[in-house]
Design a protein around this ligand. Structure first.
Ligand SMILES: Cc1cc2nc3c(=O)[nH]c(=O)nc-3n(C[C@H](O)[C@H](O)[C@H](O)COP(=O)(O)OP(=O)(O)OC[C@H]3O[C@@H](n4cnc5c(N)ncnc54)[C@H](O)[C@@H]3O)c2cc1C
Length: 389
């Protein structure tokens, strides 16, 4: 697991990592680094709050890349703009477009206007058009809603199952089989999933981030599968071209930073009493949900910022890991605490309502803010700015 970037005068010169099976630190000397570490999903509580890893993204999406990029001085963007998705209730899994069914209410009435029978060409577009639809139905006292595959043709069922396997939904299909759920007979409850962290590492069309030698691809900077494949390729190629013409910098010039990090990890591993990563993660998720959740306002955000900073201090001093695996989990939580703090700062600065950033104290969308909202730091001094797309 990579935990930090090493940089010298605004140029990336390597990275620091740990073995999550044994107590071992790795120092990488590198002329360029490409981050492809995914999103920041575990920032908000999952649909089943007791089960931290019941997360459609998978448990390792903890904003590590963006947190280490920020600490090294790179620019991040729009972290305060959360996202939501839709899918099977409680067994939270993406892949809504692969379902060949109709989303219906209790009475069997389609909740969208796109289809009234299972159609393999489009599925039910309501899942794309309005991911909040199940939640709105619930709030209006009209829930639950279902993905209803009844009436599906046998060949279309096979087609759907085939592509569910290919998109990684094997565990969902296993569960359907284990529970004797017959999709041709049993509608499956669907839900709007909770908030998940938004934003990205600022990167250009060459996948270059704002630090020399730093590249970022996939969900860290662009989002979704096509961009992950394309910008992984583009970033890799550009990084390979870049390293041909630069001198390597001795990572030893970062020795004091390396020793600080080693000391921090030694402290976490050495504690015999204290909160574990789960406690800290749950506390952070609770804070994000309650203070930077579906509705936000100035005083709520200020209070939440205070809480998250307090948590960050406390976790930094008292987190405990009983083994190298738990150390990795602790480092993830520390990264999310950084991202949580930045989310509050940007949410406070975005004085408008836009998409899922809902601020009743600024209830209109401000067209002057159709811009990228950027945050960066140099030597701990934070800079927030708006920049044209
Ligand atoms: C079930 C499902 C269905 C989907 N369907 C679609 C779809 O239909 N269309 C679409 O466009 N997208 C879809 N997506 C989203 C798409 O899969 C992602 O956008 C894409 O995989 C992102 O690729 P990535 O390489 O950026 O990140 P990921 O594939 O998330 O890879 C990130 C990797 O970084 C590793 N990592 C994280 N932190 C560290 C660290 N500190 N050190 C070392 N390694 C680290 C992780 O373990 C992981 O292996 C779907 C996702 C799921 C789960």
């Amino acid at each position: 697991m990579i935990l930090d970037l090493l940089q010298k005068n605004g140029t990336v010169v390597g990275a620091l990592g740990i073995d999550t099976r044994q107590d071992k630190v790795y120092i990488f000397q590198a002329k360029a680094v490409l981050l492809g570490t995914g999103k920041c999903s575990r920032l908000y509580p999952p649909l089943t709050p007791g089960w931290l890893f019941n997360d459609p993204h998978g448990g390792t999406q903890t904003g590590d890349g963006r947190a280490m990029a920020y600490r090294a001085g790179a620019e991040l963007q729009n972290l305060e703009m959360p996202q939501r998705h839709i899918g099977p209730k409680y067994f939270t899994k993406f892949g809504q477009a692969t379902w060949v069914g109709v989303v219906r209410d209790w009475e069997g009435k389609p909740i969208g206007t796109f289809t009234d029978k299972p159609d393999p060409r489009y599925g039910d577009m309501i899942c794309e058009v309005d991911k909040l639809a199940p939640e709105k139905y619930h709030q209006a006292g009209r829930g639950p809603v279902y993905m209803d595959c009844r009436g599906i043709r046998e060949e279309d069922l096979q087609y759907m199952n085939h592509w569910m396997v290919h998109e990684g939904n094997v565990s969902l299909l296993d569960h359907i089989m284990e529970e004797d759920i017959e999709l041709r007979k049993h509608p499956v409850e669907f839900a709007t999933y909770p908030l998940r962290g938004g934003g990205l590492i600022v990167a250009n069309e060459k996948s270059e981030a704002s630090l020399t030698g730093l590249y970022s691809a996939g969900d860290e900077s662009f989002g979704d599968i096509a961009a992950a494949a394309t910008f992984g390729y583009i970033g890799g190629e550009n990084a390979a071209g870049y390293v041909l013409n630069v001198q390597e910098t001795d990572v030893e010039e970062n020795r004091s930073r390396i020793e600080d990090k080693k000391e921090m990890m030694k402290r976490i591993r050495g504690q015999s009493i204290g909160p574990d990563w789960k406690e800290a993660n749950v506390a952070l998720q609770q804070t994000m949900q309650d203070y930077a959740g579906k509705v936000r306002n100035e005083s709520l955000l200020l209070q939440g910022l205070h809480h998250v900073r307090r948590l960050k201090d406390k976790a930094g001093q008292s987190l405990m890991a009983q083994n190298p695996h738990e150390l990795g989990r602790c480092l993830e939580v520390l990264n999310m605490l950084d991202i949580g703090e930045l989310t509050f700062l940007l949410a406070l600065d975005r004085k408008e309502t836009r998409n899922l950033h809902v601020r009743p104290d600024y209830s209109y969308t401000d067209p002057r803010l159709n811009k990228a909202h950027i945050i960066s730091q140099t030597d701990g001094k934070i800079k927030v700015e708006w920049r044209d797309y």
